[in-house]
Write a protein that binds this ligand. Structure first.
Ligand code: MTE
Length: 315
């Protein structure tokens, strides 16, 4: 089994989730299943937006310091633990059924709702942005994502004053995703941002890449891209976005908080406990390049962390 072969990113089995954490995640899931959000859009009969929305116009404000990584590299070297722990999850991810797909917006919002991804795309409009992506495993790529700013979804959701964090949840379907049969992982995959981070213009909800709808292994049909943070913050195949008062307990934090914290901002000066973060291997090349603080996006995001210096911002 792949799971037995320890990779840099993979935690050893002795660090698997303690039972208590596993059980609390299970009860969270149970509570979530009990919530049936009202649908604000359910009665609208939109025609499928589908691939007609691609390619979207590129937003020239988001430029790169390096060439775009060819899809043959970025599309065949993916972390998507729901479909296995190897980087070659592409064949297994074919089992992901993305149509129909709805996403639920709930928690501390004026009125919870559920919306189909194609309707969401139609409501939000799409743009293309060139972003760097830096995995905590010390490899990187540069990708032309298509999507819309997360801040637009926040505005649509109308969070109430008690909302401090946004929690992102990936689908849970053991029949479709063999990785989710590995009981020691705290499925479903959960990630979180502060409301302020979610409102930063760089935080992006992604529905396409390379000018077309997202291929499954990239996290179809909708995922996050948070380019100043390690890649594990960019949760894939989202089914729920919840506005909450407390800091969400994330998937990787649940497994090994000492190595994968809540903030996970990129910083070359703060090593992972098991390897240096000073440089990164650029996918599809034989280059290693120096890693930049906040993955090079400091000008846009450093202000988010004023007054939080005591937090473990870079783990
Ligand atoms: N989201 C889910 N649901 N499951 C995952 O295993 N892996 C994360 C992140 N989002 C992951 C996920 C990690 S570790 C990284 S680096 C990126 O997805 C990888 O995105 P990519 O496959 O598009 O490169």
């Amino acid at each position: 089994m792949h799971i037995k072969r320890q990779r840099g990113w993979e935690i050893p089995e002795h660090l698997a989730t303690p039972e208590a954490a596993f059980l609390s995640r299970r009860s969270l899931l149970g509570a979530a299943a009990g919530l049936m959000a009202a649908s604000a859009f359910g009665d609208r009969a939109f025609a499928a937006a589908g691939s007609g929305a691609y390619p979207a116009a590129q937003n020239a404000a988001y430029t790169l310091d390096r060439p775009v990584t060819p899809e043959r590299y970025s599309g065949d070297y993916n972390n998507f633990y729901e479909f296995g722990t190897s980087k070659t999850v592409l064949p297994a991810a074919n089992a992901l059924k993305t149509d129909p797909w709805t996403i639920k917006i709930d928690g501390l919002v004026e009125k919870p709702f559920e919306i189909g991804v194609e309707d969401l795309v139609r409501t939000m409009g799409l743009e293309e942005r060139l972003y760097r992506h830096r995995c905590v495993e010390a490899w990187s790529m540069a990708v032309p994502w298509t999507g819309f700013p997360l801040s637009k979804l926040v505005a649509l959701a109308k969070p109430t004053s008690g909302a401090k964090y946004v929690q992102f949840q990936t689908f849970l379907d053991k029949a479709m995703a063999p990785g989710q049969r590995q009981f020691f992982y705290p499925w479903p995959y959960i990630e979180g941002l502060t409301l302020a981070e979610a409102g930063n213009d760089l935080a992006f909800l992604v529905t396409g890449v390379y000018g077309k709808p997202l291929p499954n292994q990239f996290g179809a049909p909708i995922r996050l891209a948070v380019p100043w943070k390690y890649g594990f913050k960019s949760a894939k195949s989202l089914v729920k976005v919840s506005f909450v008062a407390e800091r969400p307990k994330t998937f990787w934090e649940g497994l090994q908080a000492a190595e994968y914290g809540f903030w996970a901002n990129v910083n070359p000066a703060v090593s992972h406990p098991r390897w240096s973060q000073a440089s990164e291997r650029v996918l599809g090349t034989d280059q290693r390049v120096p890693t930049l603080i906040y993955n090079g996006y400091g000008e846009q995001v450093a202000g988010l962390y004023k007054g939080l210096e005591k937090e473990r911002l870079f783990v």
